[in-house]
Design a protein around this ligand. Structure first.
Ligand SMILES: Cc1cc2nc3c(=O)[nH]c(=O)nc-3n(C[C@H](O)[C@H](O)[C@H](O)COP(=O)(O)OP(=O)(O)OC[C@H]3O[C@@H](n4cnc5c(N)ncnc54)[C@H](O)[C@@H]3O)c2cc1C
Ligand SMILES: *[C@@H]1O[C@H](CO)[C@@H](O)[C@H](O)[C@H]1NC(C)=O
Ligand SMILES: *[C@@H]1O[C@H](CO)[C@@H](O)[C@H](O)[C@H]1NC(C)=O
Ligand SMILES: *[C@@H]1O[C@H](CO)[C@@H](O)[C@H](O)[C@H]1NC(C)=O
Length: 495
């Protein structure tokens, strides 16, 4: 009796004793995995003890590397050449990407829904490489990052010197405590027992409580934990922004045939921008920003009708579209719409269609439609003592310029750079002196991109005629003003 009682007490004490780590990353999305891989791939930071905690199961992502699904998944992003270069040079994860499922494309043709003569082209030639950006599934990126982390772990010979990266998936963070404020914290002597080398230092390290009963204590806690970021809330960092009252409806589609043009297409409709972006062969993906009512309809419309509706939305006049929506609102399976659409399309000038519009959409991959609420948010800062935020935890953006994931890559680049500098100078990497460099490098450019996309959204969501006229005029002027356009291309391509 007596013996077993002490043993269970001892076990309980062991379980609740926080494990000290240099860096704890919450979130196994693209941002969190990129940070872990980049830290472990840098000879300046690879000695740091790093643990990543992810609430969901990462097995499907691990499996993707060996056995990818037949069709494209519907979470797809546009990667800038800068992000690709970062994954090639700094993270070294690009070697593990499934290149058969990456589509490099050369340009975007954007045009106005209410004035089809106002057009603007963004081309990769301005960036020097000839490539504007690359389309990739989120899961392809995440899977390549996990493979890179596993490779780096496998290469470790001396586990004392080079710490393997630890990924705890299926593990949720349920609470974060500040040991200086919390009531039931471990006494000073407790901490010294766990790791005497940590000394007094660990006294102010945040304690991360996991749903498996264990706890971690971090010299630096990084929130890569997405829009609702528990880390940001713990750090009491204010995040400002608004919901757009718009949804992004996405899905995987087939075009009539493979388009040699390798272009993305974007039409600014009054309900929001609609983009069709190329994937390999005749595969493509769409992002359709819509009002709540339209988004609901788009998810309901019969799978046979949907591809034709998408073609119509890229091509027909907005009044015609409104009429088609109304018919479908009465009955989302009303196939008489198909005849109506083909009749309206038949009245268009074929050579204009071939030259200035995407190919017709022929198929929707069954079950591939999904919707996401669109919002803009930006944290006031990306740091607090022993805390840093990266990716969607720090900012969310309208998908119209496809910048969300790329901004996260740029955050990770700046954070790793700041940490390397800190290590070089023998500083505590959780200290505000080190983290201030990160915020100074990352925040202002993100703020600029967020502002520009927000303004674009607002300009194009307006239906008031004089404004539409001005906006068309604006697009044309912009298109002829090479200098201004180059700046925009530089933003899209990240160069
Ligand atoms: C419709 C749409 C289209 C988009 N198109 C593009 C595009 O073309 N180009 C582009 O660059 N970006 C695009 N984005 C944005 C892009 O998808 C996101 O920016 C990106 O996924 C953010 O990555 P992240 O790692 O920061 O966050 P997330 O992917 O949100 O990852 C956060 C992770 O944290 C985990 N987590 C959260 N809380 C906890 C907890 N308590 N415990 C444990 N784990 C936790 C979550 O499980 C999640 O895995 C688009 C977004 C949308 C909605
Ligand atoms: C894309 O389409 C082609 C031909 O239709 C197909 O062979 C290819 O495997 C597809 N790729 C993916 C990932 O679906
Ligand atoms: C472009 O707009 C004009 C005027 O509204 C219209 O007559 C023409 O058919 C449109 N072209 C296409 C391809 O929609
Ligand atoms: C893949 O896409 C094709 C073409 O849309 C479809 O016929 C097939 O059922 C899809 N396969 C799966 C597993 O979803």
């Amino acid at each position: 009796m007596w013996k077993s009682a002490t043993r269970s007490l001892a076990t309980a004490a062991l379980v609740s004793a926080p494990k000290l780590q240099d860096v704890v990353i919450i979130g196994g999305g693209p941002a969190g995995l990129s940070l872990l891989a980049a830290l472990k791939n840098s000879h300046k930071t690879k000695h740091l003890k790093c643990t990543l905690v992810e609430g969901s199961n990462l097995d499907p992502i691990r499996d993707f590397g060996m056995d990818p699904p037949e069709n494209y998944t519907n979470r797809v992003v546009s990667l800038t050449p800068k992000s690709v270069e970062f994954m090639q040079e700094k993270i070294g994860s690009w070697d593990f990407i499934n290149l058969d499922r990456i589509k490099f494309y050369d340009g975007i043709r954007a045009y106005d829904g209410q004035d089809n003569s106002s057009r603007i082209s963004f081309d990769g030639t301005t960036t020097g490489s000839g490539v504007l950006a690359a389309m990739s599934e989120n899961i392809n990126i995440q899977s390549s990052l996990i493979s890179k982390i596993e490779q780096l772990n496998d290469e470790i010979i001396d586990e004392e010197e080079d710490q393997p990266a630890i990924i705890l998936d299926n593990t949720k963070v349920i609470d974060i405590e500040d040991p200086l404020n919390a009531q039931h914290t471990h006494s000073h002597s407790d901490l010294n027992e766990i790791d005497p080398s940590a000394g007094d230092e660990a006294l102010d390290w945040p304690i991360i409580k996991l749903d498996n009963g264990e706890a971690l204590q971090a010299r630096l806690l990084v929130g890569a934990d997405g829009y609702n970021s528990p880390v940001r809330k713990f750090a009491r960092i204010e995040s400002r922004g608004w919901q757009y009252d718009r949804w992004g409806v996405v899905g995987t589609i087939k075009m009539q045939f493979e388009d040699y043009r390798a272009l993305g297409w974007q039409r600014f409709l009054s309900t929001g921008p609609l983009a069709i972006l190329p994937l390999t062969d005749d595969n493509a993906t769409f992002v359709w920003s819509s009002t709540p009512e339209l988004a609901e309809l788009l998810l309901k419309v019969d799978e046979v009708i949907f591809p034709h509706l998408l073609t119509a939305a890229m091509t027909l006049e907005e009044v015609d579209l409104q009429y088609i929506y109304k018919t479908l609102q009465n009955n989302p399976n009303d196939r008489s719409v198909l005849e109506d659409i083909s009749w309206r399309l038949s009245k268009k000038d074929i050579s204009d269609l071939e030259e200035n519009y995407p190919l017709p959409v022929t198929e929707l991959v069954p079950g591939s439609r999904a919707r996401f609420p669109l919002k803009l948010s930006h944290a006031d800062t990306y740091m607090a003592p022993r805390i840093a935020l990266v990716g969607d935890a720090a900012h969310t953006i309208h998908p119209l310029a496809g910048q969300g994931l790329n901004m996260g890559q740029s955050d990770v680049g700046h954070l790793v750079q700041a940490l390397e500098k800190g290590v070089d100078r023998g500083m505590d990497i959780g200290s505000t002196l080190v983290l201030e460099n990160y915020v100074a490098d990352a925040w202002p450019s993100n703020h600029m991109i967020l502002g520009a996309c927000d303004k674009l959204h607002k300009i194009f969501a307006v239906q008031w005629t004089p404004f539409v006229y001005l906006r068309g005029f604006g697009i044309k002027t912009l298109n002829s003003l090479g200098y201004v356009k180059d700046l925009m291309v530089q933003t899209i391509s990240g160069k």
